[in-house]
Design a protein around this ligand. Structure first.
Ligand SMILES: Cc1ncc(COP(=O)(O)O)c(C=O)c1O
Length: 404
């Protein structure tokens, strides 16, 4: 429906939509209801189908123990207040203490989402006197945080340390510098060159910031119990060298919310200056109870074992079939099958849906134009027959569309 008032904007809106449609970049919301049967959903009224695009990597969002404790904890839907006013429930503080222990850092600060955590910490630490060096594949929340901060932004080629070095050498030593990367890249599934980044940061006096939304509770050093699955910095054994870590609770942990993990000073500064922290309602306490209940279950490790078994199976079979994957060795639970053309990627996704498999076609601006892909994410919930069926379907459609 158009604006009721007569003005010039209806044409503008119509043209914007038409351009997106013409470029195969138009997005339509699908109705997705998650089913009790493990790893399945109903999409736009289909039967139960295999969901291969969820970030619930460990399958915790439907865990009975977590659901029960969450329901029992429900006293109110929301604190109906920001944390600095009347919303700072003890469960938020308990969760922050757990997350700091998990990340092996001094402190953490919970935000309502991971998106806001990134915006909050970047806009607090960076200003017009700062240069942010950002990996070209960084998530939109990092990009938006950088833009909003007013900092000078230099984008380095994905995981390309020579390029990062070249850029950082050109920056005056007077300027504050922040290098921002992801732990596991959300659309390519590969892991950051964090060790080299930390070395470069040390040499050029830069702050390091890692968004580990997809590595959190999945990767980690397996030795001391408290650090198990605490993410990519610990997996690459550079936890002590990373200054700031951010993450989302709605992926590995299967819950909701986001957080920044760092020093007590940074926490203090965020509480006082981060607009995304100050001017919004607190994460509801029952969601903190969910995360606190999910925490030891995620740390136990058996789900990660099944997840890695599943992702290795998918990776090996997709590679054998001749699909173009970003790398020849399996790296994470995010497996991008690169199609290139946006229209073909949409068609592939549609035909998969017809066969009972839900995989979204990811397109610009989430990825570069002409690098559309099927972003397959496996979870610990998928069983062998679901994955075997998915591989058969990918093979037959891939051949039909001449992708393989
Ligand atoms: C790398 C990365 N960072 C941050 C976020 C945002 O997390 P949330 O969904 O909790 O806002 C996402 C989610 O898509 C992500 O992929």
């Amino acid at each position: 429906m158009a604006f009721k008032r007569t003005n010039n904007y209806n044409d503008f809106i119509q043209n914007e939509i038409a351009t997106l449609e013409k470029d195969n970049l138009y997005r339509r919301l699908k109705i997705v209801s998650v089913e009790k049967k493990r790893g399945t959903s109903r999409v736009d009224g289909t039967e139960q189908i295999i969901n291969l695009c969820s970030n619930d990597y460990l399958g915790l969002s439907q865990n009975k123990e977590i659901l029960t404790k969450t329901i029992l904890s429900l006293k109110q839907i929301s604190q109906c207040s920001s944390r600095l006013i009347a919303g700072n429930d003890p469960n938020i503080i308990a969760l922050e203490e757990k997350l700091a222990e998990h990340r092996e850092v001094e402190c953490s600060l919970v935000y309502p989402t991971g998106y806001m955590a990134n915006l909050g910490v970047i806009t607090t630490l960076a200003d017009k006197f700062t240069t942010v060096l950002s990996d070209e594949l960084n998530h939109a929340s990092i990009i938006d945080g950088c833009r909003l901060s007013g900092a000078n932004i230099k984008v380095f080629r994905h995981n390309d340390m020579e390029h990062l070095l070249k850029l950082i050498k050109m920056i005056s030593s007077e300027r504050k510098k922040i290098i921002v990367t992801e732990g596991v890249f959300s659309m390519d599934g590969d892991i950051s060159n964090l060790r080299q980044i930390c070395n470069i940061a040390k040499e050029y006096n830069a702050i390091t910031l890692v968004d580990d939304a997809h590595g959190d509770f999945i990767f980690g050093d397996s030795s001391p119990l408290s650090s198990r699955f605490s993410g990519v910095p610990s997996y690459l054994r550079v936890n002590d060298e990373v200054d700031v870590q951010t993450s989302s609770l709605s992926k590995g942990l299967g819950c909701f919310g986001g957080y920044v993990a760092s020093t007590s000073q940074i926490r203090e500064l965020l509480i006082n200056k981060s607009r995304q922290f100050i001017y919004t309602s607190a994460l509801p306490e029952h969601l903190c109870v969910s995360a606190l209940t999910a925490y030891p279950i995620a740390k136990a490790g058996n789900r990660q074992e099944k997840l890695f078994e599943n992702l290795n199976y998918m990776f090996k079979n997709l590679l054998q079939l001749g699909f173009k994957l970003e790398s020849k060795s399996s790296r994470s639970q995010i497996i991008p099958v690169v199609i290139g053309d946006e229209k073909i990627a949409i068609e592939f996704s549609k035909q998969l849906l017809d066969k009972g498999i839900f995989v979204q076609a990811i397109r610009y601006p989430t990825v570069k134009k002409g690098s559309a892909r099927l972003r397959i994410s496996v979870t610990a919930l998928h069983n062998n027959s679901q994955l075997a069926y998915a591989i058969d379907s990918l093979e037959s459609i891939g051949k039909k569309l001449v992708i393989i």
